[in-house]
Design a protein around this ligand. Structure first.
Ligand code: MIG
Length: 819
């Protein structure tokens, strides 16, 4: 008998039949079942439905999210209320219709189904919402299971080091310090419970906004069921309609809010090591870069700059005059970034510790003692970043580093949180959770995000009028608003170069675009070939940094001798030339939620050829990249999406919708430019702002037809861009057999330093005869060949041009022009 009762306590609960349904607020519908389960269905926009389920005996918890800014918080891209909304009761179901979606709620079970307005089934519940009570924690384990029609692909989910399509695999979100992870390791550092579903060429996304340990089973346990569940909290998910994958990411990113623009220098090259010390070594690395003419904007100080690993201190012998060092570095164009970990050393003589204790800012165990754990400084206490007053205190601690010493960015590590004893905090540790006190079970997955938030607030406050820069290892959905990130402790191997490519794409489509890997690998030492291939890939990642552990040898751009030093310089130079394009791509991310890196499937989801390929990706609108991930290769086969493309190095035209051979010795990375593109480039410089840009180069790629491009500029620093000091230049390229025209529309008040554009013409079907800028003839010149690229015709025009027209020598036959 007793056993039967215990078993009853563990039983699985289902909502049962709906008893009552009503529109309870403007865009909110409440369904209550016979056993008291409630579904709050919130129509956020025509494309976004939120499903929030409350179990019968769960008190209506306050509706709070760290991922989605609340009504009182700033959120420039908040979803727009539905333009159409209809609620109808039918015999066996309720039906909610928006301008884009139809949602059905079955009366017999509270199960739901979503269709588009043409009646295509997008998603449907299998068992739907159900739950178990967990005796050990007192929480309900909340579960959702959905049907899997054949052919469905899944993408997204943050930093998972797995094949791009997640189908057939199960994952967990529980941020973990995973030194030396490999393909298939799970979980890693970041917790982004958001994935895409591509079904019959139509995409939607699911964002399960629950911070407890969560699981995602993509048709792994049962081939026809995908389920996700969490060890507490609410079943609370958003259904996000595309119909394109790109739009799904955009909608999700806007919902959770993209970051503001970073300072331009952060998109340059960064040099990092665990650790560069003492100060003379930092200086030597910096001069090593400048002497060899290897561009670099930032240099990092890892944990050894501190005094006994005490945050916000300097090692008295190794860094006796930090301010002077940072100033000298700054005079040479280097921005100094320092690491700050969450562990605060238990040391009664240490002011940060004293303040934390005095104000009771550190996390406590359930029974009252302070949470004590070992990290680099020895025994530590840990700030509770989920309390606003603690975040405020933490932000204030950066005054010394940022304002007094002149540090320009902060690197948050170990914030899963990681401790040496058992990996992370015990589950009983208490957190304020912004007014809803809870345990580590609920706060774990947002600890890193809230630390980065407090850090970034501090950096922003004391950097003003400059923009802040923060980088974090752990984060949660929405953490992109506060920080950039890197993929953690990878290994110097070809497999990890492959993984870095997948992980950065995956994070980008998961709303977190400002991402890069430890180039060359953190653990072990690459050889020159692996390092230069990795640098070539990193040059196309939003965050571009070499980092490695000191136990494994040197990893500076020149550490592998020639020809590698020159190869590495060449790719870093290419990145600096591309900065106007990279910055524009960031602006698209920041203002529209557009992922900076886009996997092949995102470029053409109507082409099933793209579904299982994962190496090819685009950076921004026009550049298609595919890294070489093998030793001894002289190129690779890769898939070009439909359309016309040019090989960047040779200007050879290639038709997409096919596999092509991209010849790529060590001086090249497979890189194609879309026909019709206008790619803005600037001169090579050793760091952002080293030279005033007097002329910008517009690389224009011929297209038989019309294409659009944009170039955004605001000078790359400060906040004036938010008051209109920014300029967008939209280019429309139109080509036919007789001519190529480039029209420009300029909006915005920012006056750039450059007065002219050098327009470089690639892929013209025949020799140009004349160039007219706003109907005035302009001399035709040549853009010279380099060691890796070919010469092309060029003309210099004013940046204010309305139309540039290139007339071809002799009319070419139609057929040729189309090729
Ligand atoms: O326990 O600060 O991922 O980038 O160099 C290792 C030392 C702590 C882990 C980070 C790594 C960093 C290292 N940190």
């Amino acid at each position: 008998m007793l056993n039967d009762l215990a078993a009853q306590g563990r039983q699985e609960h289902l909502p049962g039949p709906v008893q009552q349904a009503a529109q309870t607020e403007d865009h909110l519908f409440t369904f209550t079942t016979e056993n008291g389960t409630r579904l709050l269905l919130h129509v956020l926009s025509d494309k976004i439905l939120r499903f929030r389920y409350l179990t019968p005996d769960s008190p209506a918890a306050p509706d709070f999210s760290y991922a989605v800014p609340g009504p009182d918080e700033a959120h420039p891209l908040r979803p727009q209320a539905p333009t159409f909304l209809e609620f109808k009761e039918k015999t066996d179901h309720y039906r909610i219709t928006t301008a884009r979606l139809i949602c059905i709620v079955w009366k017999d079970s509270l199960r739901t189904r979503v269709l588009d307005r043409s009646g295509n089934l997008l998603g449907g519940d299998e068992k739907g919402f159900h739950w178990h009570h967990d005796y050990d924690t007192g929480n309900d384990i909340v579960k959702m299971s959905q049907q899997v029609p054949s052919g469905v692909c899944y993408y997204g989910l943050g930093d998972k080091p797995a094949n791009m399509n997640l189908r057939g695999q199960r994952f967990c979100n529980w941020g973990s310090d995973t030194y030396g992870y490999v393909k298939g390791s799970d979980p890693l550092y970041k917790n982004i419970p958001f994935f895409h579903v591509l079904q019959q060429r139509i995409a939607h996304g699911i964002f399960f906004d629950n911070t407890f340990k969560a699981f995602f089973d993509f048709a792994a346990e049962r081939a026809d069921v995908t389920s996700f569940w969490a060890e507490g909290g609410e079943m609370n998910y958003y259904f996000i309609y595309g119909p394109s994958l790109l739009e799904v990411t955009q909608e999700y990113t806007r919902l959770t809010c993209p970051p503001p623009l970073p300072p331009l220098w952060t998109l340059g090259y960064h040099q990092c090591k665990w650790s560069y010390f003492p100060a003379s070594n930092v200086q030597a690395i910096a001069s090593g870069l400048r002497e060899r003419r290897i561009p670099c904007d930032a240099i990092y100080l890892d944990i050894d700059y501190m005094d006994g690993y005490r945050c916000f201190t300097w090692h008295p012998q190794h860094f006796p005059e930090p301010k002077r060092m940072v100033q000298e570095l700054a005079a040479d164009g280097f921005k100094t970034v320092v690491i700050i970990d969450p562990g605060i050393k238990i040391d009664p003589a240490y002011p940060v510790y004293q303040e934390g204790i005095k104000n009771d800012f550190f996390c406590r165990r359930a029974d009252g003692p302070l949470m004590k754990g070992s990290v680099w400084p020895g025994q530590c206490n840990f700030p509770d970043y989920t309390r606003p007053e603690v975040r405020e205190w933490w932000a204030g601690l950066f005054e010394g580093l940022i304002k007094d010493v002149g540090v320009k960015g902060v690197w948050n590590d170990m914030n899963e949180p990681a401790v040496f004893e058992k990996g992370t905090f015990p589950d009983d540790v208490r957190f304020g959770y912004d007014g809803q006190p809870t345990s580590h079970r609920k706060a774990h997955n947002i600890y890193g995000m809230q630390m980065a938030r407090a850090t970034n607030d501090g950096v922003a406050r004391f950097s003003y009028p400059d923009r802040p820069f923060t980088i974090t290892r752990s984060t949660y959905a929405g953490g992109q608003r506060y920080s950039s990130g890197w993929t953690g402790d990878n290994i110097a191997s070809w497999d990890h170069l492959w993984l870095a490519n997948i992980q950065c794409q995956r994070l980008s489509i998961s709303g977190f675009s400002f991402i890069g890997s430890d180039i060359g690998g953190f653990i072990d030492t690459p050889n020159g070939e692996l390092y230069s291939r990795w640098i070539a890939l990193g040059a196309f990642h939003p965050f571009f940094r070499t980092h490695s552990s000191g136990d494994h040898g040197d990893q500076e751009p020149w550490s592998f001798g020639e020809p590698f030093t020159s190869l590495v310089r060449h790719f870093i130079e290419l990145r600096y030339q591309l900065l106007p394009y990279v910055y524009t791509t960031f602006w698209q991310y920041s203002t529209q939620g557009t992922p900076m890196l886009r996997p092949l499937t995102f470029l053409d989801q109507n082409d099933p050829e793209t579904y299982l390929r994962m190496a090819e990706f685009s950076l921004g609108d026009h550049l298609l990249v595919c890294p070489i991930t093998q030793a001894g290769a002289d190129g690779r086969w890769m898939y070009l999406p439909k359309g016309d493309w040019y090989y960047y190095w040779t200007d050879e035209a290639r038709a997409g919708g096919a596999e092509v051979w991209a010849s790529a010795d060590l001086t090249r990375i497979p890189l194609f430019v879309k026909a019709g593109a206008v790619v803005p480039m600037q001169p090579v410089m050793q760091y952002v702002g080293e030279q005033v840009v007097e002329e910008l180069t517009l690389h224009v790629y011929y297209k038989n037809g019309t294409a659009q491009s944009v170039h955004y500029d605001d000078g790359g620093e400060g906040y004036a861009y938010q008051e209109g000091q920014q300029t967008t230049r939209r280019f429309t390229v139109t080509g036919d057999a007789q001519a190529l025209t480039i029209r420009q529309e300029i909006a915005g008040a920012y006056q750039p330093s450059y007065a002219t554009y050098r327009v470089v013409l690639h892929g013209l079907p025949t020799a140009p005869q004349a160039v007219l800028a706003d109907a005035q003839p302009v001399p035709l010149g040549e853009y010279p060949a380099t060691e890796t690229t070919v010469a092309a015709p060029a003309a210099v025009v004013s940046v204010g041009f309305g139309e540039v027209k290139i007339e071809f020598a002799a009319p070419v036959a139609e057929g040729l022009a189309k090729s």
